[in-house]
Design a protein around this ligand. Structure first.
Ligand code: APR
Length: 233
């Protein structure tokens, strides 16, 4: 691919696993401890706001105890060095990509260190616990909620993502099981627009058959090697 090529990178929980953040599905997965329906749906938030807010308060606080790993650092290095278009689309709600220095980044499923007002839609940085019915500084409604895209809600920035996929020369998926749409369908959109597709994952995923190439192994090893090869070419 030429150095002016356009790259879209999709990351999932597997890119943060080696930083000590539990993935969702698989041994010790986050969803093992909780039923998704109990904590990650609008109905759960309405039914038991204290439980849902506490679930995300715990995950937000845990961010103080983890750090970016070699995969996050390699992606930030690529972002800084790549002369063509590049966009990292992460499904993750942790802030490890940004802490590693990534700039051309968007969180399609929201962010732990952000609060969303359910009344006026304002999003704001938030690092502390977020009790239910916290007042929104913008509109005054007691309606701040975790800025997490729940199942059944529309992910953020879909138009920007789809435009980037349509222009991509290379689509790389890192550390995701391909279990959740629309992210699981990005590989097909990119391939339909002529992009080459590469998957870097610990094990084969639900989407592996759609990729030109799948490399199996930990992101902490595969991603730096891939970035080094791309920048050397
Ligand atoms: N290196 C690379 N891949 C890894 C590693 C690792 N060290 N550890 C685990 N993986 C892989 C697993 O093999 C799995 O395919 O990462 C993937 C994690 O899959 P999930 O736990 O399903 O996480 P993800 O794909 O990000 O989930 C997507 O589902 O629950 C919702 O909104 C949530 O964003 C999340 C979405």
């Amino acid at each position: 691919m030429s150095a002016s090529g356009s790259i879209v990178i999709l990351t999932g929980a597997g890119v943060s696993a080696e930083s000590g953040i539990a993935t969702f599905r698989g041994p010790g997965g986050l969803w093992e401890g909780q039923r998704v329906e109990d904590v990650c749906t609008p109905e759960a938030l309405a039914r038991d706001p204290a439980l849902v807010h506490r679930f995300y308060d715990l995950r937000r606080a845990a961010l103080d105890t983890v750090a970016p790993n070699a995969a996050h650092e390699a992606l930030a290095r690529l972002d800084a060095a790549w002369p063509g278009e590049l966009l990292i689309v992460t499904q993750n709600v942790d802030d490890l990509h940004e802490r590693a220095g990534a700039r051309r980044l968007l969180h399609m499923h929201g962010e732990l260190r952000s609060a969303l007002c359910a009344a006026c839609g304002t999003r704001r940085p938030w690092r502390d616990p977020l009790p239910p019915a916290t007042r929104c500084p913008t509109c005054g409604a007691a309606a701040l909620r975790p800025d997490i895209v729940f199942f059944g809600e529309m992910p953020y920035a879909m138009e920007r993502i789809e435009a980037a996929l349509a222009r991509a020369d290379l689509f790389v998926s890192i550390g995701t099981s391909g279990a959740v749409y629309p992210a699981a369908g990005f590989v097909r959109g990119a391939a339909a627009s002529g992009a080459a597709t590469l998957e870097l994952n610990l094990e084969r995923s639900s989407g592996s058959a759609w990729f030109d190439e799948t490399r199996l192994g930990p992101a902490g090893a595969l991603v730096p090697a891939w970035v080094d090869s791309l920048l050397a070419a």
